[in-house]
Design a protein around this ligand. Structure first.
Ligand SMILES: [Zn+2]
Length: 165
């Protein structure tokens, strides 16, 4: 691989998103190429700045939200996917850092825009602890199954049970 190819994949490399063979190839290159190592450390610096901006977001939160959202979008019927699809979450060609920032922004936007949330559908099952109540987000209880708001709540709940270091 040449340096240009390495640079294009640094973000995915740092995020652990590359297949093993490619990771090994890049690691080998990085061992021998000081310039690319420097580029990687600059990338890490940018990531840590983004993390500091999102002070209240736990580590790995954004990627879990995105993963859950994509899973839900793949599983739910067309009717409930229309507004996440309208937001273009699946189609925008973005770097993951930009995508992460967008996801947080979209999530916050959804939290405030109750008109998009209240489109009907299943409420949280009875008898289970309501994660919305704990966060003072009762309005999210009406979010349709498969919505990004529901994904957010699921992730928040999971983060409480299984905090990442
Ligand atoms: Zn290089």
């Amino acid at each position: 691989m040449c340096c240009d190819e390495i640079r294009q994949q640094l973000e995915d490399f740092a995020a652990g998103r590359l297949p093993m063979a490619l990771r090994c190839e890049m690691a080998e290159h990085l061992r021998n190429c000081a310039a690319c190592r420097r580029a990687l450390s600059e990338h890490d610096a940018v990531s840590s700045v983004l993390c500091r901006i999102q002070t209240s977001v736990p580590a790995g939160f954004t990627s879990r939200v995105l993963r859950r959202a994509h899973q839900r979008v793949a599983l739910v019927p067309v009717a409930t996917t229309r507004w996440p699809a309208r937001l273009g979450l699946n189609s925008l060609p973005m770097g993951s850092a930009a995508a992460a920032v967008l996801a947080v922004g979209v999530t916050l936007g959804l939290l405030m825009g109750s008109d998009v949330i209240g489109v009907g559908g299943a409420a949280a099952p009875e008898g289970e602890p309501d994660p919305a109540a704990a966060y003072g987000m009762d309005s999210l209880g009406e979010a349709p199954d498969g919505s990004l708001a529901q994904s957010y709540l699921t992730v928040v709940e999971a983060a409480e049970k299984d905090p990442e270091p």
